[in-house]
Design a protein around this ligand. Structure first.
Ligand SMILES: Nc1ncnc2c1ncn2[C@@H]1O[C@H](COP(=O)(O)OP(=O)(O)OP(=O)(O)O)[C@@H](O)[C@H]1O
Ligand SMILES: [Mg+2]
Length: 526
């Protein structure tokens, strides 16, 4: 490798960055070396993405200095940053779907056009892929790739451009546990070859497994930088939030809850079929019921129909066969508005595509679902004061860190957007909640709060369909877990005492044999 191992790759000193009244970064010192994986952690809104966007040339700091590979620099664009060997993988990928992997890698590079050099690039990509465990077919069009594969393309593209410092902003939030483990191996391999990796994540176990050092931000400031080997979940969480977190003290503290007597079926799916985006069958006949007061978890490796299941129930995708019943009434192929009015809350997988409007302010986003109803509306008029009060209460109750209800949603950190969305969806006392990855990108404290919210909804009697890739989350919240594989329910098991290994087999499409759809027996008691 070109660089001396252990020499400073990144030296940020006294970095300050304000957005209006918000100090996103204040007097931040951040130093990372070649040959190490350096994790950056902190609560939602702590300033992680801002700091790394400065390093990647996207934002200019208001104060402080920056050196890369020992040389002081002043970055004016991401292009300059990449020229100096700094590349960032954002959460929203920037790939061109109809183009192949190799064409995407060539795009924007100053070499000749793709038609001339794809052969050479394909070879280089295969080599890089083999070396770092980033296998992906260079000739595959990007739209045919899974999210995990697209992320590999993003990393390959930066490596191909000569990046020596790689920044990954919550890369595992969109990955299955298996893919996340693969990425961890890749990053360790890159560090061993002398790269400097900056890794942002809310999953502290993962941080401790991959990182050499961990720097903790709180409210825009560095509150500690520690060797991963000398740290643990608890001490990191305490640094992040400045207090002890109940759920981290002993694990698993989220004991399976008592069964409550479940009521009438609220959601009933019978032979439900739907097609995926590529026109392939995504749901191949789903039979499933969720009762009042019951949480049914849906487990599975991403891409086995989870997204389509949520979309078909909530009116965002057409059912091509079978039926959806909500509260006993037929709701097949109704519009999203009609489904919402039937008392269905939806926490979508992609909050900025299906749930929130980035260009609108927080108050507008808070009332998106209910602006036509009293008390927010009187006849055709929206009552401004009621809206303001409703929005303020939502922000406060759900701990959304933001200057105020007039703030543009797009300027909120990812986790704070999610908190707002959840607060809004659960505010209407829904009878059915369809929640897809509700804690994705959310910090440990807020995850705890969201779990508490979902538990309270269950106790209130809401039926919940909880789609998650986090088995711990499913085991903590669900009464029963349905495993999806290739658009079918492979099996349904009670969450209490569920064997993760058995779930893993079902997720891989192996029928455990004689797994009857058992409903949890209600147990009375204290
Ligand atoms: N473009 C912007 N305009 C206004 N405010 C912004 C902008 N970008 C970030 N902020 C604010 O700066 C603060 C830090 O945000 P940042 O996105 O860096 O946090 P984060 O640590 O990455 O959080 P998360 O874990 O939720 O992703 C937040 O209060 C956020 O609302
Ligand atoms: Mg962020």
């Amino acid at each position: 490798m070109i660089h001396d191992e252990r020499s400073p790759a990144i030296e940020m000193r006294g970095i300050g960055k304000r957005f209006g009244a918000t100090a996103a970064n204040a007097d931040v010192d951040f130093v990372a070396r070649f040959g190490e994986v350096h994790a950056l952690v902190g609560e939602n809104g702590a300033g992680k993405s801002t700091l790394m966007s400065i390093l990647a040339g996207l934002y200019r700091p208001d104060a402080g200095t920056l050196a890369i590979g020992g040389r002081p620099v002043r970055l004016r664009s991401p292009r300059e940053a990449i020229g100096l060997g700094v590349g960032m993988v954002y959460q929203h990928f920037m790939l061109v779907e109809p183009f192949t992997v190799a064409e995407n890698v060539l795009l924007g590079q100053e070499r000749a056009g793709p038609w001339l050099e794809t052969g050479a690039v394909e070879r280089e990509l295969r080599e890089l892929g083999e070396r770092y465990g980033l296998a992906v077919d260079p000739r595959a069009p990007v739209w045919t790739l899974s999210v995990g594969e697209q992320q590999r393309v993003e990393i390959l593209r930066l490596l191909h451009r000569g990046a020596k410092i790689l920044i990954l902003d919550e890369p595992t939030a969109v990955l299955t546990p298996q893919e996340a483990a693969g990425l961890v191996r890749t990053l360790r391999g890159l560090a061993a070859d002398g790269f400097c990796i900056v890794f942002i994540s809310h999953k502290l176990d993962e941080v401790l497994a991959v990182a050499d050092r961990v720097t903790v931000l709180r409210r825009g400031r560095v509150v500690g930088s520690v060797a991963a080997a000398e740290s643990d979940r608890r001490s990191l969480a305490r640094l992040m939030v400045g207090r002890e977190l109940a759920s981290l003290v002993e694990r698993p503290a989220e004991e399976p809850h008592e069964a409550v007597a479940t009521g009438e079926p609220v959601l009933e799916l019978a032979g439900l079929r739907a097609e995926g985006d590529a026109g392939r069958p995504a749901l191949a006949g789903i039979d499933l019921a969720v009762r009042a007061g019951e949480t049914v978890g849906v487990a599975g490796v991403a891409g086995n129909g989870q997204r389509e299941l949520a979309e078909t129930i909530t009116g965002l995708r057409r059912a091509s066969g079978g039926r959806v019943r909500i509260g006993g009434a037929d709701a097949t192929n109704r519009s999203p508005g009609e489904i919402a009015r039937a008392g269905v809350a939806h926490v979508p997988e992609d909050r900025l595509a299906d749930g929130l409007i980035g260009g609108m302010d927080l108050a507008g986003n808070a009332i998106l679902r209910r602006y036509r109803r009293p008390p927010l509306a009187r006849g055709p008029f929206v009552v401004a004061r009621a809206v303001a009060a409703f929005a303020d209460r939502l922000l406060k109750e759900h701990g959304v860190a933001a200057p105020g209800r007039r703030t543009r949603l797009g300027t909120l950190s990812g986790g704070n957007q999610q908190k707002l969305l959840l607060g809004r969806e659960l505010a209407g006392e829904p009878r059915l909640i369809v929640a897809v990855h509700p804690t994705r990108g959310v910090d440990v404290g807020a995850t705890e709060a969201i779990h508490a919210l979902l538990r309270a909804q269950r106790e209130r009697g809401a039926a919940t369909l909880l789609i998650s890739e986090d088995l711990d989350e499913l085991l903590a919240l669900a009464d029963r877990i349905a495993v999806l594989f290739e658009g079918r329910v492979m099996g349904i098991v009670p969450a209490a005492g569920a064997d993760p290994e058995r779930l893993g087999l079902l997720m891989a499409g192996v029928d455990g044999g004689g797994v009857a759809p058992v409903r949890r027996v209600a147990v009375a008691g204290g």
